[in-house]
Design a protein around this ligand. Structure first.
Ligand code: AMP
Length: 159
């Protein structure tokens, strides 16, 4: 099934100039960019995006992390794109992320360390986890006019 999913290239990845590398990996897999913008969100917006985590002990550090600097928000479209994007991104905890994934290649934080220090897990990317989450998140980050339904080329196997 063709799905849309939201990816955020988080402030640490933007600061480390990994934006191009991340986008390249999604495009290499055949995913189509149908929306993209740079946005520096505030704490109110962070609460909306991470509403499922508000009660979690790590919410404060998570909110600080996502508001550290601008993020690049992208809507990707492709067959089973939600699962595919999460596979390309790798495990939430960088320690467990395999080499070859974005987090496995560029991050190494552990939950044990962040629990002890109160710091946030710097894991470079956010990717929607379910179809419901993707729908809500895309609505939060993009207007209808910012999503572009176009045909990429005759070789566009997705459409
Ligand atoms: P998720 O909605 O699963 O992507 O989780 C949101 C974000 O919260 C993750 O990408 C991490 O940055 C952070 N996070 C998730 N679990 C933990 C945890 N146990 N400790 C600290 N931060 C976490």
């Amino acid at each position: 099934m063709i799905q849309k999913t939201l990816v955020l290239i988080k402030p640490d990845a933007v600061k480390r100039a990994l934006v191009g590398d991340c986008i390249k990996r999604f495009e290499n897999a055949g995913l189509k960019i149908i929306g993209m913008k740079m946005k520096w969100v505030n704490k109110d917006f962070a609460r909306k995006h991470y509403s499922a985590h508000i009660e979690k002990p790590f919410f404060k550090s998570l909110s600080e992390y996502i508001t550290l600097g601008p993020v690049v928000a992208i809507v990707l479209e492709g067959i089973e794109s939600i699962e595919l994007v999460r596979k390309i991104v790798g495990h939430t905890e960088p320690k467990q992320a395999h080499p070859g994934t974005i987090r496995g290649d560029y991050a190494h934080h552990t939950i044990a360390y962040t629990d002890k220090t109160g710091k946030s897990i710097m894991n470079l990317i956010h990717a929607s986890g379910t179809a419901e989450e993707a729908e809500q998140e895309i609505k939060l980050w993009f207007t209808k006019e910012e999503i572009h339904d176009y045909k990429r080329s005759d070789h566009d196997f997705v459409l």
